[in-house]
Design a protein around this ligand. Structure first.
Ligand code: BTN
Length: 270
């Protein structure tokens, strides 16, 4: 079987369950869809319907795959991974901002088992050799006095068809292009491995906070020590990225002094 054939083999809940092994029992429900509007929408609806959490789903294709800031996420059929996990967190809400960084680490760990070295561009882009291979979209349902229900949506490009790739307005890559190992690439296995790390990291993050991931983030941080352009609303700052603070905010040394950004668009200046 060629690499592309094994990638395009259908997603199958039994195979994913097999690869997940005992880790599957952490989930109250797991579903595989042929086509769906957005796996994040489904996960959010589970929260709204008060279904027991955690739950997760993945899909062969998304009709309206969503990226950050209302962008679209290219979600062609049988090519990539579109995965969402809804997880209840007890940690204070103020600390949950760094969950996106933790999800990026989950993707990087998954890829490293394939010999692929990913870097993380704050807050939630996963890059390999300068191209974006995965993105993370965090959404939430917060109710006073209840666990914070967080949706972690991950899109991982595995074998992006050329025609769909042309619609993407940033430099991107996929696993097929950067993988040089012998092992066949299988999406069922990849979904299980990614989900395994995501669940493991959610549990650790809820128990110990971002401190447990800090050194791994520092090692994977693409921006640290480089000049970045940070856009927030209609303002723009340029300065050297100095890593992140304890809340996961990006710290930049600008001409006006050190500033921490909670939410912004970051571009590397070459
Ligand atoms: C980004 O980099 O802008 C985030 C992209 C997140 C895409 C994933 S695919 C699975 C989940 N469902 C969605 O509609 N979006 C996320």
């Amino acid at each position: 079987m060629t690499q592309l054939h094994s990638i395009q083999a259908p997603l199958d809940s039994q195979q994913i369950a097999h690869y997940l092994g005992d880790a599957l029992h952490q989930l109250r429900h797991f579903e595989v869809f042929g086509e769906i509007d957005s796996t994040n929408d489904w996960a959010l609806q589970q929260c709204i319907d008060n279904r027991p959490l955690p739950v997760a789903c993945c899909a062969e294709a998304q009709r309206h795959g969503r990226g950050r800031r209302g962008r679209f996420w290219a979600s062609p059929r049988s090519s990539n991974i579109y995965l969402s996990l809804a997880w209840p967190f007890r940690r204070p809400l103020a600390e949950l901002g760094s969950l996106a960084l933790v999800a990026g680490i989950s993707v990087a760990r998954t890829l490293s088992a394939y010999g692929v070295l990913a870097k993380l561009k704050w807050p939630n882009d996963v890059l390999v050799e300068g191209g974006k291979i995965a993105g993370v979209l965090i959404e939430s349902r917060i109710r006073l006095g209840r666990a914070s229900e967080m949706i972690i949506g991950v899109g991982l490009n595995v074998a992006m068809p050329v025609a769909e790739g042309r619609l993407i307005d940033q430099r991107w890559t996929d696993l097929l292009s950067v993988y040089s190992g012998e092992q066949g690439l299988e999406r069922n296995r990849l979904v299980a491995e990614l989900l395994y790390h995501m669940m493991d990291h959610c549990r650790i993050f809820d128990e110990q906070g971002f401190a447990a991931f800090r050194s791994e983030w520092d090692r994977l941080d693409l921006c640290r020590g480089r000049v970045v352009e940070v856009r927030q609303d209609d303002k723009c700052w340029i300065g050297e990225a100095r890593g992140i603070d304890d809340q996961g905010a990006l710290v930049v040394q600008t001409e006006q002094g050190e500033r921490a950004f909670n939410a912004a668009e970051v571009n590397l200046r070459i």
